[in-house]
Design a binder for this molecule. Structure first.
Ligand code: GLC
Length: 410
């Protein structure tokens, strides 16, 4: 059994961006994108005191929505650690709150039966050994220092030690999500990646590590899974000519880190459609929700997760454990599949009958998954230029966008 099997079955995870940047509420890049007086950003530590933080609540919402794992930002590019790091004082245990939020979060999600993953930023804007055109000094002043060889070595050691701390002090970790190697580092091994990976697998032999330690795909390393960003792929992902496990990350409301008055979340149909779309080409969806300074999900996000839970309750069997189907889907839908069942995800209620390509003579029964109602197979008529192997079906009038047809094959 491949060690990625749980991951490719899981199909749906929760991404959480939470850090010091949450307090100003202008996204996770705000340290780079705003002018700060020396020490001003760090002073946010005195204000970090999320009285509403209840990781069990997050875990319950995620679980009900059908998510099977969580990925949490242990450290973003600003360098601030949301765990009790052994390598820096710039960490959550030194804030007004004083508690190790990572330890609390892991305990809660594990207790709810979810797998746990750690996001860790490779860029670190606090370290003199790191320089990049996407760093604050460049974004704010178009300046870029060149670290000395010793500084850069010290940076690689710092990164290594941070990751080792995470791999050894927090129990079994299922996923490691490194983010990211900038395109300006193309062709370089800027992070001493093989040394890091050797250490990670030594401590956590079953862990799955993503692909962002390098900008190139075609290198002499195989990653456990691959992470396209904020898009549903049109086909299964292949690397070096072989199919790979992959996960697309996307946001519930357009932002990774908390944004004040972000308002609306994406429509439910975007979320269920995006999720089904990923699964239809053998991928996962990692959906980001950003807690606020109090440690709460916004009312809009909570409401949407609750709607997702209702959707998942009726339709979850079309997601978990499913993958690509062997048939092309009809207009306005996509297929997911498991064993001898095809799941047809309706992006909108059809205007009339649906024409299922290549399924004539192959279907045992069809029903609307949410209600169990039978979906009638109707005779071919002729004027709509049906192909010989098409199957024409009549979806009940009360079908809604996001509904799923359960097609049992003979
Ligand atoms: C983008 C954002 C970064 C975020 C990441 C998640 O690269 O710039 O802040 O953490 O996506 O994949």
């Amino acid at each position: 059994m491949s060690k990625a099997q749980w991951f490719t079955r899981a199909r749906f995870g929760l991404f959480i961006h939470w850090g010091l940047y949450t307090l100003p509420g202008r996204g996770e890049w705000i340290f780079a994108r705003s002018d700060w007086q020396p020490g001003e950003y760090e002073k946010l530590m005195e204000k970090f005191n999320p009285s509403g933080f209840d990781p069990y609540e997050w875990a319950r919402l995620a679980k009900a929505a059908g998510m099977k794992y969580v990925v949490f930002t242990t450290k973003h590019h600003d360098g601030f650690c949301m765990y009790d790091s052994c390598c820096t004082e710039y960490k959550v245990t030194n804030t007004a709150y004083g508690k190790d939020v990572l330890a609390m979060l892991l305990e809660a999600f594990r207790a709810e039966g979810l797998r746990v993953g750690l996001y860790h930023s490779l860029p670190d804007w606090t370290h003199p050994g790191y320089a990049d055109e996407e760093s604050p000094e460049y974004i704010r002043h178009q300046r870029l220092h060149t670290p000395t060889a010793e500084e850069h070595r010290a940076f690689c050691d710092y990164l290594y030690n941070q990751v080792e701390c995470l791999m050894t002090r927090y129990g079994k970790i299922d996923l490691l999500f490194f983010d990211y190697t900038s395109r300006t580092k193309k062709g370089m091994d800027y992070f001493d990646r093989k040394r890091i990976l050797e250490m990670v697998y030594r401590h956590q032999p079953d862990i799955l590590v993503n692909d962002r330690l390098t900008y190139e795909k075609e290198i002499d390393l195989d990653f456990d899974y691959y992470t396209p960003e904020v898009a549903v792929m049109n086909q299964p992902l292949e690397v070096k000519g072989k199919p790979v496990a992959w996960e697309s990350c996307a946001t519930i409301n357009g932002f990774w880190g908390h944004v004040n008055n972000a308002g609306k979340c994406r429509e439910l149909i975007s979320l269920t459609g995006g999720l089904a779309g990923c699964v239809s080409v053998d991928g996962n969806l990692l959906l980001n929700v950003a807690p606020d300074a109090e440690g709460r999900f916004s009312p809009e996000a909570t409401a949407r997760l609750t709607e997702l839970a209702r959707w998942f309750e009726s339709n979850g069997e079309s997601i978990t454990g499913c993958g690509k189907a062997a048939y092309p889907p009809p207009f306005g839908s996509c297929y997911t599949a498991a064993d001898n069942i095809l799941y047809c995800h309706l992006f909108f209620p059809p205007i009339g009958d649906m024409i299922l390509p290549q399924l004539k003579g192959k279907v045992e029964s069809i029903s609307l998954l949410r209600t169990g109602e039978t979906v009638e197979i109707v005779p071919l008529w002729g004027y709509e230029l049906l192909k010989e192997d098409d199957l024409r079906i009549r979806v009940p009038l009360d079908a809604v966008a996001g509904d799923v047809l359960r097609i049992v094959l003979k």
